[in-house]
Design a protein around this ligand. Sequence first.
Ligand SMILES: Cc1cc2nc3c(=O)[nH]c(=O)nc-3n(C[C@H](O)[C@H](O)[C@H](O)COP(=O)(O)OP(=O)(O)OC[C@H]3O[C@@H](n4cnc5c(N)ncnc54)[C@H](O)[C@@H]3O)c2cc1C
Length: 393
Amino acid sequence: MPKKDADVIVIGGGIIGTSIAYQLSKRGKKALVIERNDLCSGTSGACDAYITPHTKKPGFHLALCLESLKLYANMEKELGDDLEYWQRGGFQPCEDELSFQLVSENAKALMAGGLEVKMMDIDEFRRHEPNMSPNLTGALHCPAACQVNPFKLVMSYARNLKKMGSGIMVNTEVRDLLWQDKKVAGVKTGKGDFYADYVVNATGSWGAQIAAMAGLEAPIEPRRGQIIVTEPTSTVINTTMQSGMYLVIKFHPEKITDETMKRLGSGFCIEQTGDGTILIGFTREFAGYDKSTTLEGIEYIVNKACTYLPCLRDMHVIRTFSGFRPYVVDGLPLIGPVEGIPGFIMAAGHEGDGVALSPITGKLVAEMIAGEPVSFNIDAFSPNRFIKQAQQA
Ligand SMILES: Cc1cc2nc3c(=O)[nH]c(=O)nc-3n(C[C@H](O)[C@H](O)[C@H](O)COP(=O)(O)OP(=O)(O)OC[C@H]3O[C@@H](n4cnc5c(N)ncnc54)[C@H](O)[C@@H]3O)c2cc1C
């Protein structure tokens, strides 16, 4: 093999790729992050900030998120930066009896999975969040929910990994993989060839394109999410909120009767940032790689949001944006090596959970590559689950 440029090449400079490279660097491995645009130019720069275990599927997904939460608790200290990390808890407000009932059922499964949550009626909920509409049915409360600024986290991972001797190349597109003795040995880019012992695919919504270079069909699709941002204002909410309808859309779409809601996949989500702006979302649509925001989507979000939080009617929207969730059909990311493709590791497909799962994904991939015991059973996330299905078909 030609001279190595790094121990590990990580394709993708988002919240997953930089986390992996940081965790590898901590273990004495030299990582090289290769990003075709700039850090955070993909979904990690066009998303919300929620770390909400109560929106995860009870089972492996929730358990993985709880592991990530443990890592987040010490992250600012470890990285030495202010990440706008707050543990203020989160609510799942319900707009009707159906969502309240489904959220209540889910609460039991979440508690069985080790998460502390509580259902509240509307009066109790409004004692915590007095600006919320009295016409709502109630809410689930999760004290463990947190927030982090994804930009600040990515930049901090980058600063720290460089300090430990790893590197980042931006404006460098990976165009193909390089092979040596039937093993992935590097990447071909617009700026030349680069070699390493391992190549990690952390390209999120573009993960299927890199996987295809390895001859793998990875079922990852972009799922657009539109968000609106208001002018900065005094505090109107004390926590983060993702509506119970979000759970219905995610896990029980067949129960939705509103055709526009079904098409746009739109629930109500809201968070207030450190500078007072309010992020209100969002949609969950299949629109290919079309990054525009649409009048229909924005109008739906605004109208819905005002029914939950009536004081929003008096505020000005200053911008809208959209990002692509890396959607996988079974709702779980693809993390780990791929049968028959040595040297190639997948770490993509985190859908609407990549911010929450960033620390644990980085840790697990780094453990695998460094030859350490992997601290969480990742069988449920193995990319091989799809390869096996394809062979059976
Ligand atoms: C509206 C919205 C709200 C969200 N809110 C939350 C939230 O509150 N909490 C949460 O946990 N998750 C949330 N998510 C999901 C989360 O943002 C994503 O799961 C996460 O950002 C994915 O990170 P990533 O690093 O895998 O992908 P990305 O950030 O997209 O990074 C992948 C990178 O790969 C690069 N790339 C692609 N192809 C190539 C190539 N050929 N060569 C080199 N580089 C390449 C891209 O340019 C990109 O920068 C949200 C998503 C959306 C859309």
